[in-house]
Ligand binder design. Structure first.
Ligand code: IVH
Length: 699
């Protein structure tokens, strides 16, 4: 797409613009260059996965462009990088017809199926050996894009294959889809392209963590997450979910008058290369052009073994006859083309028997049904327990004790029940009765109308107390290693530990007499407990287990105060003014800090030596790292990455997301990879250890 010379030239323009911007000298004369430069960097980031500038620097240039365009609306263009985000809500997604129907693929599951496919295709084309293009089968939501006169004019869902929904506004939020593509360079006036919208495994996990913070059931898999996101009516929300797209098929085109056909369009691999050159993320690196079916089979196996290492989900490979003339010769059925076939990987699914449903009481009193199934191995892990989240899930999936159920575990995703198989029932199945009373303390369960979860509202319920202590000590909260779930339960039963402050008053003399508690383990436990007293207050806030307050909200709250107890003077309005805090969260936080028991607990914790003061906040003006830029790579020996990053910001430093000449410090931990290599080549970057980083701060 960009030659090395072009890249160099644009880099030079970038530096020029950055300097100009820093001096406040950017004018509307720079608007076109700014757009060109920003487009280039989007391509490096979203398509090549190899950014040449830091996020922060990109943001500065983006803001400069946005400001200029706002001041001069006449100079704004619809393909400007600023014009992805729509401010209005989408009313509806109109139905539109695809230029060419979006067909399905025939499936194959083993080498024999592929050999059959190859034999039929060779017979129909009367060839001895066919050339195939083999590429991943992306597991997302399929889309169809139309570009006319170099501009993206429409994006649609697959729908029923003939007609889909016009989701152009949402498609524009996907930063790996260019708003403009120079198709006229290939002699084309219009092109229809097919592809798949994906949510990366990492973003999927982040998204599900957010849902969990709100007590909502997680989405089953990245495919559902991608498909669901495309249907959201708020484009801003779509933008936040960071969808990605792979484009893998040219389904239709019209030529400009008097143009001869570009020979890229004569083979499938040529089309993929053309798409890449046009600025699309097409699977050029992942695809392989191979002669004969044996080589195809080998490549499929090779790719399957790497499946878990990919940042996104794939569910197989797609094998396409490479030559477009041969494709035309083979034609299609009403269902699928005869020139392509999907090779499906082994599903990470299994069937098992639903033996029982247990009801677990969480730290907020929520009662979660957990399915106990006959243990089955899925994707290398034995699954025996599966959360069902709430009563609705049981009803929606029509689950009964004794049912055969289909269980899936996709990638690193937690296992879930896809469905029951009612066809296999024998009449002996039993209805799942949701308890009316808490299975632990016997109190009556309650369910507020707007919620899906039943709750035990006895805050002294043993289950809640124990779960609260477990949460308090957990890794992302106060991180008290060595205390652990089993010990907490044991100490609770023995009467050694009855609430959170009790953690800091454990009777070690008595614990020392228990089996399995030697001197060393006691000292370790004491040190871990002692160290936790100095944890930053955002961890303490998260550890308190306030409903709807996850790690992100905890940080927002921590940032707002100099001392944790200031939160008791916050009104609902004050809370709502904080970033990303809505009425639900504000209500819950307000309630927590207006409950005297909670305040007393916090005062007790402070008296026991826990830090409730926000010392980072005191440093946030100025700070030791002021004006310096940092980037972390590899695993740090003691600090959590997010905490180290927070320390940089709290001390006035800036974080960069990639190695560039603007970076002052690279903090390298264990197994630092390419960033370290890259940084070594830039002499101005100081490469330091975690210890050196800490001494910079405490200097
Ligand atoms: S080609 C006419 N290539 O799989 C050929 N499809 O099961 C149409 N898919 O609806 C499809 N990766 O959503 C093709 N590299 C790939 C693909 C792919 C994923 C999806 C696509 C299609 C479904 C068929």
């Amino acid at each position: 797409m960009y030659s090395p010379d072009q890249t160099k030239a644009i880099q030079k323009l970038t530096t020029g613009l950055m300097e100009k911007n820093a001096q406040g000298h950017i004018t509307e004369k720079d608007i076109d260059t700014l757009r060109e430069v920003l487009r280039f960097h989007e391509h490096r980031y979203y398509i090549m996965n190899d950014p040449l500038i830091a996020d922060y620097e990109y943001d500065q240039l983006y803001k400069a462009l946005d400001k200029l365009e706002q001041a001069n609306p006449a100079l704004r263009t619809s393909d400007s990088p600023t014009q992805r985000v729509a401010k209005e809500l989408t009313k509806e997604f109109p139905t539109v017809s695809h230029l060419v129907p979006m067909l399905s693929l025939d499936n194959s599951y083993n080498a024999d199926d592929l050999i059959d496919f190859d034999r039929r295709a060779r017979e129909l084309t009367r060839t001895n050996e066919l050339e195939y293009c083999v590429e991943p089968k992306f597991d997302g939501a399929s889309i169809s894009l139309i570009y006319e006169k170099d501009m993206l004019v429409r994006g649609a869902t697959r729908g029923n294959g003939v007609q889909g929904d016009d989701i152009t506004t949402n498609i524009r939020q996907i930063r790996s889809i260019p708003l403009r593509a120079n198709i006229s360079k290939y002699g084309l006036e219009q092109i229809e392209i097919r592809g798949e919208v994906l949510m990366s495994k990492q973003n999927f996990k982040k998204y599900n963590d957010q849902l969990a913070e709100q007590n909502l059931p997680p989405l089953a898999n990245p495919r559902n997450a991608a498909a669901g996101t495309l249907r959201i009516k708020d484009p801003k929300e779509v933008s936040k979910r960071n969808l990605e797209a792979f484009l893998y098929q040219v389904s239709h085109y019209t030529q400009l008058p008097n143009e001869i056909l570009d020979n890229s369009l004569e083979s499938h691999s040529g089309c993929l290369n053309m798409l890449w050159e046009l600025g699309f993320r097409s699977p050029v690196k992942e695809k392989k052009v191979l002669k004969g079916i044996q080589a195809v089979i080998e490549y499929c196996h090779e790719f399957e073994s790497q499946r878990d290492d990919l940042p996104y989900e794939i569910d197989g490979m797609v094998i396409k006859v490479n030559d477009i003339h041969q494709q035309e010769q083979l034609g299609m059925t009403t269902h699928h083309p005869r020139w392509a076939i999907a090779y499906k990987f082994k599903a990470r699914q299994a069937t098992s028997k639903l033996k029982a449903v247990e009801f677990q009481v969480g730290r907020t009193g929520s009662v979660t049904p957990v399915a106990k199934i006959d243990p089955v191995p899925i994707g290398g892990v034995t699954v025996g327990s599966i959360s069902l989240f709430n009563e609705e899930v049981i009803r929606d999936k029509d689950l009964m004790i004794g049912d055969t159920v289909l269980v899936e575990r996709a990638g690193d995703v937690i296992p879930y029940i896809v469905k029951s198989l009612p066809e296999l029932r024998n009449g002996g199945e039993k209805k799942i009765e949701f308890p009316t009373h808490c299975p632990v303390c016997g109190d009556k369960l309650e369910k507020p109308e707007e919620e899906a979860v039943w709750r035990c509202s006895n805050i002294n319920c043993e289950a809640q107390v124990v779960e609260r202590i477990i949460h308090f000590t957990s890794k992302d909260a106060m991180d008290i290693r060595g205390l652990g779930e089993a010990n907490i339960r044991k100490f609770y039963t023995l009467g050694f530990l009855k609430d959170v402050p009790g953690i800091y008053q454990l009777p070690f003399d008595k614990i020392g007499t228990l089996e399995g508690f030697g001197k060393k383990s006691i000292t370790n436990l004491q040190t871990a407990i002692e160290n936790s007293k100095a944890q930053p207050i955002h961890r303490l806030i998260f550890a308190l287990g306030i409903r709807y307050v996850g790690e992100t909200t905890a940080k927002t709250l921590a940032h707002a105060v100099k001392h944790l107890l200031e939160l008791k003077d916050y009104s609902l309005e004050d809370l709502l003014k904080l970033e990303d805090i809505g009425p639900k969260v504000a209500g819950s936080v307000h309630q927590f800090f207006h409950n005297w028991d909670n305040i007393e607990t916090l005062q007790k914790l402070e008296a026991l030596g826990l830090k409730l003061k926000n010392d980072k906040r005191d440093l946030s003006t100025g700070g030791n790292l002021s004006g310096q830029t940092f980037l972390f790579t590899g695993t740090l020996p003691t600090l959590k990455r997010s905490d180290a990053e927070a320390m940089v910001e709290a001390n006035g430093g800036k974080l960069l997301s990639s190695v560039s000449a603007n970076l002052n410090y690279l903090v390298a931990g264990e197994e630092a990879g390419s960033k370290l290599e890259k940084a070594k080549k830039i002499t101005s970057i100081k490469i330091i250890t975690e210890a050196e980083f800490l001494s910079l701060i405490h200097h």
